[in-house]
Design a protein around this ligand. Structure first.
Ligand code: PRT
Ligand code: ZN
Length: 225
């Protein structure tokens, strides 16, 4: 079983960040015994346990101090931070390293045939997104009165379905937008994966482990440059 002498690190169980996060941990010398169905994976050579969860849960686990560290996309991290602040919850964390994977951008896109001359064109309209807090912050900064409509999936079909006039979603190659007859207009957030840690003191042992591991991450990233 895990106990709090062991460093707890949250990683996405399965998805776009899983493989690179696990590979990075292995590259810095952490031996892991991962069994697909299990929530917890123990390291066999370091005092480390991995908690394998949905990426959406990782910011909260770190901010609540349930885990010590986590690998997460900045988009999800920033969204959850805004959501928690709005709900009056603790939203503190520290970014230890910005990593070299998980790169994407959160962009507003509209149908090819839409008349669009800047974000002001969305005044009074609805925009479907999984990131309502980031989108509403952008609308506020731009002085636009538009409505963020929360959808957790299939955001790209919202305009065709008549649910919204535009979308705000993650883009990497742009193929999904193109396949759905949408054009990317405004990039509102640029994201990469980051390694974060909880705030507060660590035990001497945990701190020593962190101090030993983080320079190895730098070494692995430099070797790839
Ligand atoms: O199940 P769980 O909740 O853990 O996973 P998830 O489905 O919420 O997340 P997942 O695995 O799809 O993405 C995890 C993280 O990867 C995101 O939060 C981003 O930080 C990062 N990432 C990088 C991306 C993309 N690139 C990306 N392209 N996340 C999602 N996409 C999707 C996007 O939503 C759209 O549907 O890919 C499509 C667009 O891709 P292109 O290449 O067609 O432009
Ligand atoms: Zn998710």
């Amino acid at each position: 079983m895990s106990d709090n002498r062991r460093l707890r690190i949250a990683v996405q169980k399965s998805g776009r960040l899983s493989k690179d996060s696990i590979e990075l941990l292995k590259a810095i010398g952490i031996k892991l015994n991962i069994r697909d169905r299990l929530l917890i994976a123990h390291s066999t050579n370091e005092d480390i346990d991995l908690l394998r969860v949905r990426d959406d849960d990782i910011p909260g686990l770190v901010m609540d101090g349930v885990v010590d560290m986590g690998f997460i996309g900045e988009n999800e991290l920033e969204e959850k931070m805004l959501e928690r602040k709005a709900a009056g919850k603790i939203a503190d964390y520290e970014v230890m390293r910005r990593l070299d994977y998980g790169g994407c951008r959160l962009s507003i896109a509209v149908p090819n045939e839409a008349n669009y001359s800047g974000v002001q064109s969305l005044e009074g309209k609805r925009v479907a997104t999984t990131y309502p807090f980031l989108l509403e912050r952008y609308f506020k900064e731009q002085n636009v009165n538009a409505q963020a409509v929360m959808l957790t999936g299939s955001v790209e079909v919202a305009p065709r379905a008549g649910v919204a006039e535009g979308i705000c979603d993650l883009v990497s190659t742009g193929a999904t937008l193109e396949a759905n007859g949408l054009v990317e207009k405004d990039v509102i957030f640029r994201s990469k994966a980051v390694l974060i840690k909880r705030t507060g003191e660590f035990s001497t042992e945990k701190q020593a482990l962190i101090d030993r591991l983080v320079p190895r991450i730098d070494g692995v990233m430099q070797a790839k440059e």
